[in-house]
Design a protein around this ligand. Structure first.
Ligand code: ATP
Ligand code: MG
Length: 387
């Protein structure tokens, strides 16, 4: 008997001829995630099987696999050579202490095996009942389901526990974007959700040192580390916004400050995308959350770029965003009280329905090309890998 992990992947089935590439990518990502662990990963009949690892590392490995997009569940299973006797003995070995109801669910790919799946369910159910007289079979809502998978290759897998994984599509299957990463609650979650759909990303953070503190930057590095556990390696571009903000502050209507700031952020982001071959900009905006996130505001900021802007949180309530932040472990870092550059010169009455025309008029007071160029010249790049 060998202990193995059966890895179940989801939507990949939908992808027809791309399936092969997706599985290859998923396998690469799994092996990257388990870098440093001794193990073997094989594909058999719609499943991946991980074996050859140290048994005492199993919990750690499961925890890591739960962060790999594209997997929907991990089952810790026993692998045995197929025979009625060995199946019976492994099923009877399962610890059912404290359990009141169960069922057996057999899948028989090996049609040469003597019993049908249904007969096996019944037979194994009976021997379990013989051994544990206090148990009952419940076919609809059992506390425990004993799964028996009889494969074509002479192996049978037996398991009764399923560890839910992150789901989604393999990282890298959707290309690469640029996440605008502030120190807030929303943008790390936005990055996580896009990565879940297979998009890798680099990140960009604007700081306004000395108006914003060194800790504010460290907080963003920490957030990038936290999401990197799911989202893979992140190249973080740290860009100074101080000069830009001071100039905007000096020569624009205060109610348009945030609008102009956002437009310049987008222009810088697009330049970084061009230089690094990134195909989309990602933000943590949510419709109506603040003045700069009304439909009109987003239109005015969007209009300066041609790349698609992904806003995965657009229809999310703050509460729901916070729930995800807690689940992925960014919440506690996000609520640390350091200022973001957007809050430094925050106007009292930011415009709620800005127009492109007015924004363009105000921008005539600024040498935008020069400001963008200067900001990009001074960028600092930090490589983060916590995958
Ligand atoms: P978050 O919680 O992500 O900070 P927020 O609710 O505070 O979002 P805003 O401050 O209006 O909203 O920012 C909207 C989006 O703009 C952010 O989600 C992020 O994608 C981007 N953004 C804001 N500030 C910065 C910054 N300093 N650096 C990089 N991107 C930023
Ligand atoms: Mg913010």
């Amino acid at each position: 008997m060998n202990k193995v992990l059966l890895l179940k992947f989801g939507e990949l089935f939908l992808k027809g001829r791309n399936r092969h590439d997706f599985i290859k990518l998923l396998k690469t990502n799994i092996l990257k995630k388990l870098h440093g662990y001794e193990c073997r990963l094989e594909e058999t009949q719609g499943r991946l099987v991980l074996s050859g690892y140290q048994e005492q590392k199993e919990d750690e490995i499961i925890y890591k696999l739960q962060q790999v997009f594209g997997l929907i569940a991990v089952m810790d299973a026993k692998e045995i050579d197929t025979s009625m006797q060995s199946i019976e003995s492994e099923v009877l070995n399962i610890d059912l202490g404290g359990v009141k109801t169960f069922k057996v669910s057999t899948k028989r790919a090996d049609k040469t095996f003597s019993m049908t799946s249904m007969d096996m369910d019944k037979h194994l159910g009976e021997i379990v009942l013989d051994k544990f007289s206090n148990l009952k079979v419940d076919l609809y809502e059992p506390e425990v389901t004993i799964y028996v998978e009889i494969r074509n290759n002479g192996k049978t897998y037996i398991y009764n526990r399923l560890h839910k994984c992150a789901g989604g599509l393999p990282l890298g299957s959707a290309g690469k974007g640029l996440l605008l990463l502030s120190g807030g609650i929303d943008s790390p979650v936005a990055g996580y959700l896009m990565a879940k759909r297979g998009l890798e990303f680099e990140a960009e953070h604007f700081h306004s040192y000395p108006y914003t503190s060194i800790q504010a930057k460290e907080k963003v590095i920490e957030l990038a580390k936290e999401i990197s556990a799911y989202c893979g390696k992140i190249k973080l571009h740290v860009v100074s916004f101080t000069e830009i903000q001071e100039q905007i502050h000096r020569c624009c209507d205060s109610e348009y400050m945030i609008t102009i700031m956002r437009r310049i952020m987008m222009r810088i982001a697009e330049k970084i995308c061009e230089k690094n071959d990134l195909g989309a900009i990602i933000t943590g905006e949510s419709l109506g959350q603040v003045a700069s996130q009304t439909m009109q505001s987003m239109n005015v900021t969007n209009s300066v770029v041609t790349l698609p802007v992904f806003r995965p949180l657009i229809a999310f309530d703050k509460e729901d965003i916070m729930d995800i932040a807690r689940k992925i472990g960014t919440y506690e870092t996000s609520i640390l009280p350091y200022e973001d550059c957007c809050t430094v010169f925050l106007p009292k009455n930011p415009v709620i329905r800005p127009t492109i025309k007015r924004a363009q008029e105000l921008e005539k007071n600024l040498d935008i090309d020069m400001l963008v160029r200067q900001a990009l010249n001074d960028e600092e790049v930090i490589e983060i890998n916590n995958y």
